[in-house]
Design a protein around this ligand. Structure first.
Ligand SMILES: [Zn+2]
Length: 580
């Protein structure tokens, strides 16, 4: 798809597939390749592999595979040109000029970049107000009182929005048209139609997208002003359900540790990160939205939820946690003693105590069972209520085996008859919407080692691949093989030294899968002797096939002259075979 000389071709040559895929999948080096959990099907053990030399990926489970662009197209569900742009951006390759867009699209893009720039300037403005402004002193004292030093305030970009209600507007109005100021969400209109600062006398937390660009703010009231937290409204650059606070700084640690600590608020995330635990993100609210879960899933599928367990938003909390379970996240719950929030606990008990509890955080269902056990279960109704409390969570487990294991656990912990529970579960399961089926299993037939080796030689045996291709073609040794089409493709391109992904583009999915599996095998460099012995295997096979055909014809009682010819040919072939 990447034509020679095109921008896509240039990007492909410079891009590092391991780095790009590494942003979506946690990859581990195994031998010459990298492996991880496949993003295209649900799995617990890695069958997804990335080949750094050939710049291809392949899943041995579901058969997904291709080059870096195919990966981005599939994972981001976007068309080819967009995938090229994404890869270029991720690898820091300059994009020559934006592809033709409609004037409207162009305007929207310009507006978005202007808004991002404006937010950057607003963040600098708020920060200066905190550190140098007269009014900022109170905010500074407040933050210091909460245990934040100046270094931490700088590190997390904290700021202060002054009381006047006009300071930010005056600061920005010469540079941005009023329409843009209004679209930013940083301002509101009063009854006379005048714009005024949305955030007044608040401590400002900049909210960045996962690329680290500031796109919104959260403002905490200083005194008793309501609401306690005021956030930017939805804007062309900000959608609350698409952002996790601190994700831009947590990415590395999320991948390294393969789990996320999920907290509620800015101060919690900052406190945990300051304790040296960088893999923390905040949902900024109790209910976690599906896009946020998808965002997190790019980095890890394991979450320790450290929400305040007894907030008013508990129902919302449990809804989001159930959603995590449904998305096959491994969910644990860290409930801090005394209903402390992470910020308070860390201040009082320190990082070591927090780390210890973090390591012991029980699986979510254990936590729920413990809660169900605290319910009054002295009566049959009580037992039923406890069971009904747990059932929705159990139902949401997509994995049947897990569901069954947990059903047994719940039965024994709540002392409910297991058959009763299983019956309830069965009924519930019947109501569950049908599960998403993995991609249809592609059947790869067993392929002779000689075929596998020959395919590989045609791709990489620099010394003799062309000679090998000519011999195969001249003798038609690959005719009738399961791998015939793959050989045809390889032989036809043998002089061009194409890369694996280009070869794959000419193949059907099933054949591409076979070829990639072969290319991912660890193998020693091939020699011409080995090539000859592989060719010999194919020659024997072709003779055997002909013999079998002859035998059929002979048994079908051909006419006498024809029979003589057949018998003579059979003798010839038998001699050839005997010589091997
Ligand atoms: Zn897969």
């Amino acid at each position: 798809m990447a034509e020679a000389g095109s921008f896509a071709e240039k990007v492909k040559q410079q891009a590092d597939i391991v780095r790009v895929i590494g942003e979506y999948v946690r990859l581990r080096k195994t031998g010459q390749n990298f492996t991880g959990l496949c993003p295209f099907h649900q799995e617990k053990t890695p069958s997804f592999a990335v080949h750094p030399l050939r710049q291809i990926y392949h899943c041995f489970g579901c058969g997904a595979g291709g080059d870096v662009f195919k990966f981005v197209m599939e994972v981001d569900k976007c068309p080819f040109p967009e995938a090229v742009r994404t890869v270029a951006e991720k690898c820091g390759i300059a994009i020559p000029r934006p592809p033709e867009r409609s004037p409207e699209e162009r305007r929207e893009n310009q507006q978005r970049s202007a808004l991002v720039e404006m937010h950057g300037e607003a963040a600098t403005f708020f920060s200066r107000q905190l550190h140098e402004g007269a009014e900022g002193k109170v905010a500074m004292a407040y933050l210091e009182d909460r245990g934040l030093d100046r270094e931490a305030m700088k590190r997390f970009g904290l700021g202060f929005a002054p009381f006047s209600g006009d300071a930010l507007r005056r600061h920005l109005k010469s540079k941005y048209p009023e329409k843009l100021l209004e679209a930013s969400g940083l301002f509101s209109r009063d009854q006379s139609g005048r714009l005024y600062d949305r955030f007044r006398r608040r401590i400002m937390f900049p909210i960045a997208n996962d690329a680290g660009k500031i796109i919104a703010f959260g403002g905490r009231a200083m005194g008793d002003d309501m609401p306690k937290y005021l956030n930017s409204p939805e804007s062309p650059i900000y959608s609350k359900s698409n952002v996790l606070y601190h994700l831009d700084r947590a990415k590395e640690a999320l991948r390294r540790n393969d789990f996320a600590i999920l907290v509620e608020g800015y101060m919690d995330a900052i406190a945990v990160a300051r304790a040296g635990i960088a893999n923390v993100v905040a949902s900024c609210g109790t209910s976690l939205a599906e896009p946020q879960i998808k965002l997190l899933a790019r980095f890890t599928h394991r979450v320790v939820v450290n929400y305040d367990p007894d907030t008013a938003g508990q129902a919302a909390t449990e809804r989001s946690l159930a959603l995590l379970l449904e998305k096959e996240f491994d969910v644990r719950v860290l409930a801090l003693p005394g209903n402390a929030d992470p910020d308070k606990f860390l201040k009082e008990q320190g990082a070591a105590a927090y780390g210890k509890l973090l390591a012991q955080a029980p699986p979510y269902l254990d936590y729920l069972i413990a809660r169900a056990r605290r319910m009054d279960r002295s009566t049959a109704e009580g037992k039923l209520a406890a069971l009904n409390f747990l059932m929705p969570y159990l139902q949401r487990l997509p994995n049947k085996l897990l569901r069954s294991e947990w059903a047994s656990r719940i039965a024994s912990e709540l002392r409910v008859d297991e058959p009763v529970l299983r019956e309830a579960l069965r009924r519930a399961a019947a109501e569950r919407r049908s599960e998403v089926k993995p991609k249809t299993e592609l059947l790869v037939p067993p392929i002779r080692p000689a075929e596998r080796r020959l395919m590989r030689m045609l791709v990489e045996a620099e010394g003799f691949r062309e000679k090998l291709g000519e011999m195969l073609a001249a003798e038609a040794l690959h005719r009738g093989l399961e791998t015939e089409r793959i050989f045809d493709a390889l032989i036809s391109k043998v002089g061009e030294h194409p890369d694996a992904a280009t070869l794959a583009a000419a193949l059907e999915d099933r054949d591409r899968r076979v070829l990639f599996e072969v290319l991912f095998e660890e193998a020693e460099e091939a020699t011409w002797e080995e090539a000859e012995s592989c060719l010999a295997v194919l020659r024997s096979r072709s003779v055997e096939n002909e013999l079998a055909e002859l035998q059929k014809k002979i048994e079908a009682k051909a006419a006498p002259t024809e029979l003589n010819r057949l018998l003579a040919r059979r003798l010839e072939l038998q001699k050839i075979l005997a010589q091997r």
